[in-house]
Ligand binder design. Structure first.
Ligand code: GAP
Length: 458
């Protein structure tokens, strides 16, 4: 495969300079590992979410959407196990005060040959001491003991001072799907297998966030829980693996940079788990997860809520707690993968370099840019903008040479540029330029909408 020109730094710079993503709270010096999506980035995000929803809800007759609250009854997090167990082993470097995950220190030191995941805190401390593992930041070996670092953000509810109840910002969206299992089944009369999907924000007090959008403390997830009979669960699992891979490829990720990675170590209730990994510029990393979770989730919610979370088969009259297959992917992480995949630097015939994002047109922030060749053509150009913006997100640019304007659109991945020239005034035709081939054709204005709609459909 051709060597890629993309690096994480190039993507971060492009994102900041072209309005995809800005550092969170930047004018206050930022707020570590939070990012704000800008005018172009929010369109990319929305298009990714629309494509996921279309594929997994709209086109899947047995999948139903919900939009559950971020703040949930704290008992939910006891049932899910997060209140007790959702924490990471952290160590602080006493010299430079940087904080690290102990398991990451071991895995990086051993270049992945030691699986720290299965070690106790005492074993990890002993390993770090024995091998005198140094702080990756300052190079000293001067560690605090391991302490468990809680990953859930806490806030409080209550109006009377001093009497506040702790509530949590959800660390995953799927619990909103489990707690609505009975509601959705009752109101839709869905028969198993059926799925509940949602897209929403999650929050994790990650110890080692970083790598731009890859791991942040606030992020959006697109999650889907399929409820099925236990005997069919492995088939569903295999099917979601296929669907998840196909979705990633259809959005534009190169199949050669995608692979399945089965988990060696499973949670005690899980029957199978795998990630799809993408080859980011930082290496192979998890893009999304697919999990066979047995009947664990609904059983726990039955136990903790006191409500029977069973399904009554209308044909056989059997009552059973369905098994869950989960598919889960982060919007920001997927956006990062798509940006890395799309990025290219091409040498043009005149020797100049153009930076171009070959994004799938369906997720490109703007579908078309309207560019009057000269300022005195702007009235006609605005007419075309008014027509096209009824259907598509459009950009409008009349500043600078046409070449510079094309370059700006290439850098944000706009698949089409429509140029208005003096012939347009005479014959109602325009030039439409293709981002990838840079070929230009002449089209009547009346045909633009259907031409662009066809080329940007997902
Ligand atoms: N409900 C299952 C669950 O949340 P997960 O593997 O922890 O599983 C699923 O997360 C997906 O959410 C990941 O594959 C990744 O795409 C995204 N994700 C998780 N933590 C993230 C973070 N801190 N920042 C950005 N995306 C994250």
């Amino acid at each position: 495969m051709e060597e890629r020109k993309v690096t994480m730094d190039k993507i971060i710079n492009l994102c900041k300079n072209r309005g995809f993503v800005f550092p969170g709270s930047e004018i206050y010096g930022g707020f570590a590992n939070t990012w704000d999506f800008g005018p172009v980035g929010v369109e990319l995000e929305n298009n990714i979410k629309k494509a996921w929803w279309k594929r997994f809800v709209q086109e899947s007759p047995n999948t139903y959407g919900v939009d559950a609250s971020i703040l949930m009854n704290p008992r939910v997090w006891e049932a899910s196990g997060h209140a007790q167990g959702f924490s990471d082993p952290k160590m602080d470097c006493k010299s430079c005060k940087q904080r690290f995950r102990a398991d990451n220190l071991i895995e990086e030191y051993s270049k992945g040959t030691v699986a720290a995941e299965g070690m106790t805190n005492e074993q990890m401390e002993a390993y770090i001491e024995e091998h005198k593992i140094k702080c990756p930041h300052c190079g000293n070996h001067n560690w605090t003991p391991i302490r468990q670092f809680k990953l859930m953000f806490e806030t409080s509810r209550g109006t009377v001072e001093g009497e506040k109840d702790v509530v949590y910002l959800r660390p995953e969206t799927c619990q909103g799907e489990y707690v609505n299992f009975l509601n959705v089944q009752r109101t839709t009369r869905a028969k198993v297998p059926f799925a509940i999907a949602q897209i929403g924000k999650s929050f994790r007090n990650e110890i080692t966030p970083g790598n731009f959008l890859f791991r942040t403390i606030e992020f959006e997830q697109m999650e889907l829980q399929c409820f099925c009979r236990d005997e069919n669960a492995f088939d569903q699992y295999a099917d979601y693996k296929k669907q998840a891979l196909k979705f990633a490829e259809d959005l534009g990720l190169n199949g050669e940079r995608l692979r399945f990675h089965d988990h060696d170590k499973l949670a005690f209730y899980a029957k199978a788990a795998c990630d799809i990994q993408y080859k980011f510029p930082i290496g192979w990393e998890e893009l999304n997860g697919i999990h066979h979770r047995s009947t664990h989730d609904l059983s726990r919610h039955s136990e903790y809520s006191g409500k029977n979370m069973f399904y009554l088969d209308p044909v056989t009259n059997e009552k059973f707690i369905p098994t869950v297959i989960e598919y889960s992917i982060g919007v920001g992480r997927l956006a990062l993968a798509l940006l890395c995949e799309a990025y290219d630097e091409e040498t043009l015939e005149n020797g100049e370099t153009r930076v171009v994002l070959h994004l799938n047109p369906a997720i490109a922030p703007y579908k078309v840019a309207i560019l009057p060749l000269q300022k005195n053509l702007s009235e006609k150009a605005k007419e075309v903008y008014a027509l096209l913006s009824k259907e598509f997100m459009c950009d409008y640019d009349e500043a600078g040479s046409i070449g510079k304007r094309y370059r700006r659109e290439d850098e944000i991945g706009t698949p089409f540029c429509v140029t208005i020239d003096f012939d347009t005034l005479e014959d109602q035709t325009v030039t439409i330029r293709d981002r990838d081939t840079m070929q230009q054709i002449r089209l009547p204005i009346s045909e633009l909408t259907s031409y662009i709609a066809k080329a940007t459909k997902f």
